[in-house]
Ligand binder design. Structure first.
Ligand SMILES: [Ca+2]
Length: 191
């Protein structure tokens, strides 16, 4: 066997590993990376690092960098307000698997600054497969929190194979009030 026949498949395998699957994983969900971890994360770009269009922004919302949770220049989702819009929305739609279990865990980190009376961040899980859509309010934040990890677990809510989205909605009185969101995961148990 000469070098060419050895190198050909090796280079194809290498470019396959480094190319397409990586790019695909950036803007789609994925299995838990730990060995034998029986969970699938439906949220693409959980860390807001890849600019994926899966994330949708309305009003005064988008991606910025912060030192949230001790990481400098960390890309995070932000909610704020301006003169005209009293807040903003960050949302991501996805479709749950009908072959995985009807067991879920919704996780995220949130940080708020300059929260005053009347300011609020509401966090929802929305099931758009029902008519009308079913909105589940899972969190209401009205005070300043720092690098706060939130976990919401659901067993047998009837969400298998459903069109759903997670939604972070901020309503603020002051333009200096902000909420930062990072590490968003919506896990579905695979077995
Ligand atoms: Ca991040």
């Amino acid at each position: 066997m000469n070098k060419r026949t050895l190198f050909g498949p090796a280079i194809i395998a290498l470019s396959f590993l480094m190319g397409a699957p990586g790019a695909q994983a950036q803007c789609s969900g994925g299995l838990c990376l730990l060995n034998n971890c029986p969970w699938y994360n439906h949220i693409a770009d959980s860390t807001f690092s890849n600019g994926c269009s899966n994330w949708e922004y309305q009003g005064t919302a988008g991606v910025t960098t912060s030192n949230m949770c001790g990481w400098t220049s960390n890309p995070v989702g932000y909610l704020s307000r301006n003169t005209y819009a009293s807040g903003g929305v960050i949302r991501q739609p996805f479709i749950t698997s009908s072959s995985y279990l009807d067991v879920y865990s919704f996780e995220y980190f949130i940080e708020t600054t300059n929260m005053q009376a009347g300011d609020v961040v509401n966090v929802y899980i929305v099931d758009a497969s029902t008519s009308p859509s079913q909105w589940y309010l899972v969190d209401t934040i009205t005070t300043n929190v720092s690098c706060s990890k939130r976990t919401h677990s659901f067993t047998n809510p009837g969400w298998k194979g459903h069109s759903m989205h997670v939604r972070f909605e901020g309503t603020f009185a002051s333009t200096s009030t902000k909420a930062h969101i990072d590490y968003v995961s919506f896990w579905q148990k695979t077995n």
